[in-house]
Ligand binder design. Structure first.
Ligand code: GLP
Length: 261
């Protein structure tokens, strides 16, 4: 696991975009996993700038979203597909038909989840999965207590997550859906490379627990300790409770130039 503590959001965005660009340089038709939430937004914006500058292209890329609220109408601004289209799809040059997400309006939840797993598999699996982390350590919408081997399924959001996300619903907790569809932790762990992005002091405890605590469903993202290729990009406030932050800084400062991401 590589932990990089960045000194600014723009440095984080640039390194995150470097990770994506390195993946596409190796494999121009890569499959990318997309996270919603505020954390990856600076990375998506930087990817948009690089596409506009002509230095990279998503023309052959397929993308799969991590999760979706259940029951939000198609025109709801907080629907994750809407959010991803605004912040990623229409910002880079990906074909919108190649961006997939769980159908939050399905009448057949189990069938939709099984089909989503099959679609990821048929695409060849995810080469690079971008994830954020919740203040309670969730990845995707896999709340504490989720099976560490789970696959795409319905989840009930816990109240802390709904409170965290109420800011996107005009501060109205009752407007935040109670259910969602999310890739499982096992699904996420199948990705070949995982990029975790976390910003801000509110994430400090989760980042400490997830990266330095026990591997436990209490902090679902802690399972990433078991993955062979994880890159973590955090800002100083999010890294502030890391006990091994000096080692992370030393390691990155002394990274061999040939190593890349
Ligand atoms: C949301 C999403 C996650 C996201 C997390 C953190 O609820 N389902 O994919 O990583 O919570 O969000 P943010 O980056 O806005 O803090």
């Amino acid at each position: 696991m590589e932990i990089v503590i960045t000194s600014s959001t723009s440095e984080l965005a640039s390194l995150g975009a470097d990770v994506v660009q390195a993946t596409l340089a190796r494999k121009p038709d890569a499959v990318i996993g997309l996270a919603t939430g505020s954390s990856p937004l600076p990375v998506y914006a930087e990817l948009g700038r690089r596409v506009a500058a002509g230095t990279m292209s998503f023309a052959r890329v397929k993308a799969f979203m991590l999760d979706e609220y259940l029951g939000l109408p198609l025109d709801h601004p907080q629907r994750y597909r809407t959010e991803i289209d605004e912040k990623f799809t229409y910002v880079v040059d990906i074909d919108p038909a190649n961006v997939h997400g769980p159908d939050g309006l399905t009448a057949d939840v189990p069938g939709t989840c099984t089909a989503y797993e099959a679609a990821i598999k048929n695409a060849g699996g995810v080469d690079l999965q971008i994830v954020g982390v919740g203040t309670d350590g969730h990845i995707g919408f896999n709340e504490p207590g989720s099976s560490l081997a789970s696959r795409t399924r319905i989840k009930t959001l816990n109240e802390q997550t709904r409170r965290d996300n109420a800011r996107f619903f005009g501060g109205d907790l009752s407007a935040v859906p109670i259910h969602c569809l999310t890739q499982g932790i096992g699904t996420i762990m199948d990705a070949r490379h995982i990029l975790l992005v976390a910003l801000g002091e509110a994430k400090a405890e989760a980042i400490h627990q997830v990266l330095e605590g026990a591997v436990t469903s209490r902090w679902p993202a802690s399972i990433l300790q078991m993955h062979p290729h994880v890159t973590v990009l955090v800002d100083e406030p999010a890294a502030s409770l890391l006990q091994l932050q000096h080692y992370a800084r030393d390691t990155f400062a002394n990274k061999p130039s040939w190593q890349g991401f």
